[in-house]
Ligand binder design. Sequence first.
Ligand code: NCD
Ligand code: ZN
Length: 354
Amino acid sequence: MSVSQFVMRRPDDWHLHLRDGHMLGAVIGHSSANFARAIIMPNLVPPVVTTEQAAQYKQRIISRIPAGHEFEPLMTLYLTEETRIEDVKAGAQSGLIKALKLYPAGATTNSDSGVTDFDNVIPLLESMAEIGLPLLVHGEVTDSDIDIFDREAVFIERVLHPIRNRVPDLRVVMEHVTTSDGVDYVLSQGDNIAATITTHHLIINRNAYLVGGVKPHYYCLPVAKREEHRLALVAAATSGNSKFFLGTDSAPHLDGAKISACGCAGIYTSINTLNCLAHVFEDNDALDNLECFASLNGPAFYRLPVNEERLKFSRSDEPVSFPEQISVQNDHVTVFDPGFPLFWQHEPTNALEV
Ligand code: NCD
Ligand code: ZN
């Protein structure tokens, strides 16, 4: 018999772009309404590279959280070849810094300050391994001769595996894994590596942005791959395996920047992510594992407590509607359209079960 209601712990988002200024103000409420905590990506312009900058950014985020919402931003630093070990250690010891983000230089939006020569960061990675601070990797090589659809697999072979061999105790999250190669790699390794999976990569394949005209609102990095890869991601996410957890990678860009001859990468899903996920998990007879994916596996990897609050999900008879766009200053951010109606909705509850 199909379930029409269930209760689960309030989820967290382990990979989120909140931006700054007006954009931050426009999007923060969607995350704080749905999630208890989020790992905040540091790719601002300029990037968040010091503990001091992270502390200031955290205050700017907190100041924009709507009244009545409980939400904790978990701060990260953008790893550069100049990052100072002492600053990282102090940030981690104070509890402010929860991870460092590694962008290969030029891999994605605002990644120009990323790492070019990985040898230069090995001493820092060794210090991170000592204190158990996770390294979050954007797992794509940037070499111009590597096809964009192969960049994740090549990154694993040429960069990630060698780094992990040199620093075996380093704790790593492969962010927004998009291929069966990524899933298989994470599954084949020990418990110091895990992966986040986005909402949109569970739903779209590469047809979404290429068939019937170029669709900029389905363009993100890493790009969505073939259907067989999407199916591998769905299998991993819905399995309940503790190595996989939700990182929405919700990445708002103004429509003016996306609908362009050189459009920005990023898909905005904070507002309807949980509704989309419930749909995907139900479709795969895995609603029982949604709590593992969205609320339990992430805190376990990050060695943080799970949330005590609960959400009650209900399947309605009529589709739940979301705005197609949200306003930001004089422009819009387009909301992710999964391409099917959403029937699951949720609300806070004091009950532990239905
Ligand atoms: C992200 C962004 O816009 O900051 N874009 C994206 O397509 N995911 C950057 C990133 O996470 O790669
Ligand atoms: Zn991202």
